[in-house]
Design a protein around this ligand. Structure first.
Ligand code: PEP
Length: 251
């Protein structure tokens, strides 16, 4: 049985004050939830304050990115140890905005996944196709290639520290979510791929989140799919009540 995992990616939003207010409001709203893993993913500069506010609660904290080197002359980058130092448990790696706005490629994303695992962080590895790729019937090929390349070198005994987030790029921030059937179809495909790359036993245990315009109105139906083990939520995670409703839908 896979425990549902709901994470809220705040992207480049909130302020010092509103980030702490948001996590405090969420803490109160989900304090009785024990059957769902919950994480919030604030901007780097608010991680320490949010982690302090969330300490001792059922809400874990993650970062939106990380660099693979340990330390040194990498201006503007943040290391795995720095993230751990400020209380992070998770790190999103390969988000579509980093792939398609910033230009990250699978080989860099793979290095970040390996570094995060080595440091004891839990990566949320994002994969997903563009609209043109879906319309050209290339979804399976794109997601297979991204998943295979980004997991290269991840040992079997590390795999379950990874969560895969299937996030079709055309659904992110657009208000147009994948249908539950579309999500389920790709999740099954990813699970079969992981069974081939590792084993059926690990594939059965690996959590695969869906992300892309998930909101209170569609959360229950998406999470109700057999192979959808949770959600990576952008916009709707910025409202404590909406995000709490989605977490409760996963209970
Ligand atoms: C995301 O940022 O990962 C995401 C899924 O965004 P949204 O929920 O806003 O589509």
């Amino acid at each position: 049985m896979r425990k549902p995992f709901i994470a809220g990616n705040w992207k480049m939003n909130t302020t010092a004050e509103s980030s702490v207010a948001l996590v405090n409001a969420l803490k109160a709203a989900v304090k009785d939830v024990t059957t769902v893993d919950i994480a919030v993913v604030p901007p780097f500069v608010y991680l320490a304050a949010v982690a302090k506010a969330a300490a001792g609660s059922n809400i874990a904290v993650g970062a939106q990115d990380v660099y693979f080197e340990g330390n040194g002359a990498f201006t503007g980058e943040i290391s795995c140890d720095m993230l751990k130092d400020v209380g992070c448990k998770y790190v999103i790696i390969g988000h579509s905005e980093r792939r398609h706005v910033i230009g990250e490629k699978d080989d860099l994303i793979n290095k970040k996944v390996l570094a995060a695992l080595k440091a004891g962080l839990k990566p949320i590895l994002c994969v997903g196709e563009l609209l043109a790729e879906r319309e050209a019937g290339k979804t399976a090929a794109v997601v297979t290639e991204q998943t295979t390349r980004c997991l290269a070198g991840v040992a079997a005994d590390q795999l379950l520290n990874v969560t895969i987030a299937y996030e079709p790029v055309w659904a992110i921030g657009t208000g147009r979510n994948a249908t539950p059937d579309q999500a389920q179809e790709v999740h099954v495909m990813i699970r079969k791929l992981v069974a081939k790359l590792y084993s059926q036993e690990l594939a059965d245990k690996l959590r695969i989140q869906y992300g892309g315009s998930a909101k209170p109105a569609n959360a229950a139906e998406l999470i109700g799919q057999k192979d959808v083990d949770g959600l990576l939520v952008g916009g709707a995670s910025l409202k404590a009540d909406d995000f709490a409703e989605m977490i409760k839908a996963a209970q």
